[in-house]
Design a protein. Sequence first.
Length: 341
Amino acid sequence: MITQNEIDLVRELFIHRNDAHYRKYPTWQLSKNALTDRMLELHLKGTSGFRIGTLSTQPPPDNTCRFVAADFDDNTLAHKQAWQLYDHLEKIGLHPLVELSHSGKGYHVWLFFEEPVLASKARTLMWNALVRAGIPISGNTGKGKNTGRALDKLFPAQDTITANGYGNQIGLPLYGSKCQFVDRHDNPFPDQWAVLEEALKNRTPANHTLLEEDREEGEGVPAIQKGSAPSPTTSDTNSWLRQMELPGNAQNVTRLRGCEMIKAGIEDANQFKEPAWHAGITNLAVFRKDGLPLAQEFSKGYLTEDYQYKPEETEQKFYRSVDAIQQAQSPVSCKTLAALG
């Protein structure tokens, strides 16, 4: 039996945005309805069709979150790197939790805040922890791929989200007997609620000094001040930044239909391997929300071995590309595209 106290505890730790959520039935679907206690109860019971995905970030001008989580995908190094991050966070006086993901092969490392904090600051705190713990934050990743990088992404996945957007969702823990918090031997703690009560008492203060640090460099990604987007510049090298800030971006995106790569992708997206396809998405992400419709058109014919990309998945990759541009301060170059064929 799920008690009201347990529902309230989940809501306090994991639910920051209550006006929308995701449900998986059978794929993840956005629901623009309030997340009720009854829905949370059904999720906690493991009821089919009621697995909930929680949205981390309030829309502008708020842009705050109540938690930050690092997602380590199914990878031979996922366990090692998740606990490497846990140990570092614990060493610097924070109180993280490790969740064994729904697949039983990946991990989420969670950190909670006493009060809402800017998503950019929360991401910077976790980003710096990853860098200082020596965990790879760039390079190939993907479920089932034995690469040197197990880290998939952070939640929140962006420093800011669009005014009418929702950002990325992360599966809510404690879906029945799945998604439980574990020790370093993957054994679920016998009393999950006691673990969450302890986490509630040990949340990170919203004025913690680590939330005021600059974002460090790591794995070739330049530092960025407190997670903010780079400032517009008038240099020729970074003229794309001026373009991004100019009015009429939608018109500029329309002009991009003349790009040979975009035309080729719309005609047959499968002629691009994933890295080149992703590079195209990254260049459209320069135009932020105005580039998304063209990114969807460019992507809709893209097939993997066993399924077609869905619009919401393309949107997630698009906004991850926006975030990557904020971090690297540059989109993918033509030279890189040429190297990808």
